[in-house]
Design a protein around this ligand. Sequence first.
Ligand code: C2E
Ligand code: CA
Ligand code: CA
Length: 721
Amino acid sequence: MSSDSLNSIFSNSEVKSTIKLLLLEDVAEDIELILLSLTNANLEFNYDIADTATLYREKLDNNIYDAVLADYRLPGFNGLEALKILQQSGQKIPFILVTGSLGEEAAVECMKAGITDYILKDRLFRLPNILKRSLEEFALRRQQQQALIERQKAEIALRESEQRFRALIENAIDIILIVSSDGTFTYLSPSVKRILGYDPISLMGHSFFDLIHQEDQQRIRQAFNSIKIQANQFTILSEFRVCSHDNHWLMLDAIAKNLQDDHAVSGFVINCHDITERHDTAQQLRYDAYHDKLTGLANRSALLEQLQTAITRNKRRRQDHFAILFLDLDRFKVINDSLGHLMGDELLKNMARRLEQCHREGDILARFGGDEFVFLLKDIREPQEAVIVAQRIHKVLKSPFTLNNREIFISASIGITISADYYDHPEQMLRDADAAMYRAKAKGKACHEIFAPTMHLSALKELHLESDLRQAIQRQELVVYYQPIVSLETQKIIGAEALVRWQPPGQSLIPPNDFIPLAEETGLIIDLDRWVLKCACQQLYQWQQDFKEFAPHFISVNLSPKQFSDSCLKDTITEIVGKTRLDKKHLKLEITETVFLRNSDTVLELLYELQQLNIQICLDDFGTGYSSLSYLHRFPLDTLKIDRGFVNHLGQTNKNDAIVRIVGTLAQELQLELIAEGIEESYQIEALKSLGYEWGQGYYFSPPVDAQAFSILLEHNIFHS
Ligand code: C2E
Ligand code: CA
Ligand code: CA
């Protein structure tokens, strides 16, 4: 080795420039020679000398040396023992024997024991080189050892961090996947087994996308593609369904990150979170919000929402017609009360299943409340289609429901409304359908009715009726019609009943049954009846002027039971009739039996007051109400009008005819005038006459007509040819 290269090692190795030596030598001249050889080689060094084992130990304990130069033969010990002492001291430094002579055998033994090198004293000129090389070797060895330790440390640290990472991933609640750019799995965390049920190994090499629900695939692929180009980008894959090992769909949320340029990963890391439970709960809440708990049908909110959508669509596209069927079960309350609520519920559930058979796909069937169901029929071309559905409903309800081994028959009344551009809100349509349903109910069981604008009257009850009717009275939109009351014997008119109608401008005539009940509810009936009373009295007075003795003998005016809450009824009537100049004896007030349900003392008093005015009282609709015969004795009545129902059924049942006969006998006994209303056929006249009836009223003679037409009747004043 050249001195240049030696120097270079020295200069950049960790060998210190000043070498610290420990000389083990007892001969002074030898020490001098050693030092000289080192000095000659320009080595910088310092040294300690020891010549006994004790001193040697002490030096090693207290100092750190770079090398030991030792003679073989020393006082009390030798070079081999000196090497052992050095090894025991823990200082790992070169041990070079510098000796006068060393036999072959001793030399081998020394080398075996681990001396670094040896040199004969007569070759001391080689000492610097040997020393340097030894120091360099030791320095290198230390460096290597250091590096080894560092590497081992690093390896341990790496192993620990990997273990931590692995533990983290393997115990993760989420699923952690690594896939290649085409979605092929390259890693699946063990949680895949727990969450999805697959053995992670079995999925290796398969595609992530193959597990995803068909409907979600495209969306997830797109999201995934969006991060393909650039490393470190991430994307959120929200709410997608993944098929589990046992063929269930689980809902997952995930974050995918492009880590393709990361050495350790070199793929896309997808961290999936199982949100099935949360999603199901949310789904359930959403479901509950729009479904009826009992039947599972759509509920009221769902219906209102759908209906609003349909209305809005119809406004945009006029041809998109739809209809609603409002269905109310007949007699449900009776069934519910007699069988109990549990059975009632059971019936509603069965009803729902049966009704489901009646509509087409896309239509909606909702339980609106209680025993009310609503169909929303979309895309209908003509009202007849809705009627067909209603007929189908009636038909499927014809067969009985079996509950607890009992057969139960139940029908439904159905109101139908067809979309129209004046509907802005679902409530308006439902209100009209409800009005039509009531109409259907009034017709009898298992009927349906299409909403007609006249039904608005009941539908608009809360909103407009009151003001409309009030205005109708002021604007003279009410008209009084008159129906003749005829002597059955002579067939001549002997009286007239005043019957009110409402004629809104530009609309058809509204019959009293459509607005009287509501007028009664709102209290408007008081004014209405007074107005009719005034008109009727004026009219009779006019006929008396025009027809003298051929004028009707009396005018019958209907009086609502409500009037009897007015304690000044007598004064009011006196005032009104007084103004018309009609003699009060020509006035007959028609009351119904409901009047007697009120405080009967007050009613009795009012009736006596009226009688004192010479006004006649007729009990209308006799036989339909709460008829207690005692009323007939107690109250001052002049006339009985037997209800048209009895007249209608004349000759049909013995019982009916018996009642008609008894009423006739009763009237004669009590000296009451008797009127039969609702005469439509001539045979009824004969039958009634034979039962003692004198007077009659009905379409056979004439329907109610306006005053002018009535005048014409008076001119002829005879009904048979
Ligand atoms: P009501 O007092 O029993 O009047 C008789 C009803 O029977 C009238 O109906 C009349 O048109 C109808 N009618 C007459 N003959 C026949 C027939 O041969 N066959 C059939 N099927 N029906 C017949 P309208 O005019 O529709 O009146 C209905 C009800 O409205 C009346 O029943 C009465 O309760 C009430 N009403 C009418 N006008 C007034 C009024 O000014 N004040 C009050 N409070 N109620 C009135
Ligand atoms: Ca009447
Ligand atoms: Ca009547």
